[in-house]
Design a protein. Structure first.
Length: 358
C-alpha cells in the first residue's frame, strides 16, 4: 500500500487521507445537488433526480467511512492515553468548534432566510430562527448541519468510558443503529444513533483493519464488489434498501470495497489533490453550507436547455462542489491569522495541532 510518513506505526496511510477527501467531497456534492443544483431549469430533463438518485446509492458509504476513519485515528487516545492527556484535544476543542460553528451557521442562515426576499421558500430549515431556546435545543439534539463534530465528542467519550467492554459496546451500538427510527424522529439525532457503530469499529478494530488492508487484495475486491452489487440489487427488488439492517450490511461492504479501490488507485495515481483535501476536512465541513445556500439563491433563475446546456448540466454538480471546497479552503487561509485561528482551534490550544478525525 502507498504510505507516507505520519499516522499509524510511524506511517501515514495514504488511503486514509484519500478516503477522507472523498468523503468530504461527497458530502459537499450531496448538499450542492439537493440544494443548488435542484434549482436549475433543465428544460424538462430530470437531471437533478438522476444525480440525487446516484448519490443516494452512496449513502451507506459517505458517513460510515468517515466515522470509521475517525475512530481509527482516535484509537490511541481512547485505549492508551489518560483522560487528562486527551480531554482538551478530543473533547474541549471539538465541542468548542461545534458550538462556535453551529452558532455561526445558525445566525447566518437565519438572517438569509429572514432578510432575503423569498429565501425562506428556497433555503430549508424552519428550525433556523434567531431564538435562543431553539438554538439550545438544537445544540443538545445535534439539530444542525454541524452535528458531525458533536458526534465525534459523543463517540469518543462513550468509547473511552467503555473501552474495557468493547464487544458489548459494539453490540449495543449496532442495536441502536438498527432501531434508531423507533427511538427518535429528530433527523440529526437519529444520525448520532446510526453511526456510532462505525466509529467504534474503527477504534477497537484499528489493528485488524490496518493488518487486513495493509495490501490491496484483488480477490477480496472482486468478491466484496460482487457481493455489494448483488446485495443492492436484491435490496432494491425486495424494497428493503432503506431498512436499517440493510444499510448496515451495505455500509460494511461499501467501506471494504472503497478502501481496496483507493488502495488500488494509489498504486498508479497519488491523487494528491484528494489527499490534500482529506487533510483539511474541518474547514470544508463547517463552512460549506454558508457557500452552498447563497449559490442556491443565485441559481433559482438559471436555465440550461438544449443539447449544449444539458451537456454542461450533467457535470455541473461536480464543478459546483469543487468550487465550494476551494472556497472553504480559501476562507480558512484568509482567517488563519491572529484571532481568526480561534475559529478552527480551541483558543488555549492554538499552538497544538487540531485533533485528527474531523
Amino acid at each position: 500500500m502507498t504510505k507516507t510518513i505520519g499516522i499509524y506505526g510511524g506511517q501515514r496511510i495514504a488511503w486514509i487521507d484519500a478516503a477522507k477527501g472523498a468523503c468530504i467531497f461527497m458530502v459537499v456534492l450531496w448538499h450542492t445537488t439537493i440544494f443548488s443544483y435542484a434549482q436549475i431549469d433543465f428544460g424538462g430533463l430530470p437531471l437533478d433526480s438522476w444525480w440525487t438518485g446516484a448519490l443516494t446509492a452512496f449513502k451507506p458509504l459517505r458517513m460510515p467511512l468517515f466515522f470509521l476513519i475517525s475512530g481509527f485515528l482516535a484509537h490511541s487516545a481512547i485505549t492508551r492515553k489518560s483522560w487528562q492527556e486527551t480531554f482538551k484535544s478530543r473533547v474541549a476543542t471539538l465541542f468548542w468548534l461545534y458550538l462556535l460553528w453551529m452558532a455561526i451557521n445558525w445566525v447566518i442562515i437565519s438572517l438569509m432566510r429572514t432578510k432575503i426576499p423569498g429565501a425562506a421558500e428556497i433555503i430549508p430549515g424552519e428550525a433556523y430562527t434567531l431564538n435562543i431556546i431553539e438554538f439550545v435545543r438544537g445544540v443538545f439534539l445535534a439539530d444542525s448541519g454541524i452535528w458531525y463534530l458533536y458526534a465525534l465528542v459523543l463517540y469518543f467519550v462513550i468509547c473511552k468510558t467503555f473501552k474495557r467492554v468493547a464487544i458489548p459496546l459494539l453490540i449495543v451500538l449496532a442495536l441502536l443503529q438498527i432501531f434508531s427510527e423507533h427511538i427518535t424522529d429528530v433527523w440529526n439525532f437519529k444520525k448520532l444513533l446510526d453511526y456510532g457503530i462505525f466509529y467504534a469499529m474503527g477504534c477497537f478494530g484499528r489493528d485488524r483493519i490496518a493488518h487486513v488492508y495493509a495490501e490491496f487484495s484483488a480477490k477480496r475486491w472482486v468478491l466484496v464488489g460482487a457481493g455489494l452489487l448483488a446485495s443492492m440489487a436484491v435490496a432494491r427488488q425486495l424494497g428493503i434498501f432503506y431498512l436499517p439492517v440493510t444499510q448496515l450490511v451495505l455500509s460494511c461492504l461499501m467501506v471494504s470495497f472503497a478502501i481496496d479501490t483507493l488502495a488500488l488507485i494509489l498504486r498508479f495515481w497519488q491523487m494528491r489533490a484528494l489527499q490534500a483535501l482529506g487533510k483539511r476536512t474541518l474547514p470544508v465541513y463547517v463552512i460549506h453550507m454558508l457557500l452552498v445556500h447563497p449559490l442556491t439563491l443565485l441559481m433559482v433563475d438559471v436555465e440550461l436547455s438544449g443539447s449544449v446546456g444539458q451537456m454542461i448540466a450533467v457535470a455541473l454538480p461536480i464543478v459546483i462542489a469543487t468550487v465550494v471546497c476551494a472556497g472553504c479552503l480559501l476562507v480558512r487561509y484568509l482567517l488563519d491569522h491572529g484571532p481568526g485561528r480561534a475559529l478552527f482551534d480551541f483558543p488555549a490550544l492554538r499552538n497544538r495541532p487540531v485533533a485528527q478525525g474531523a
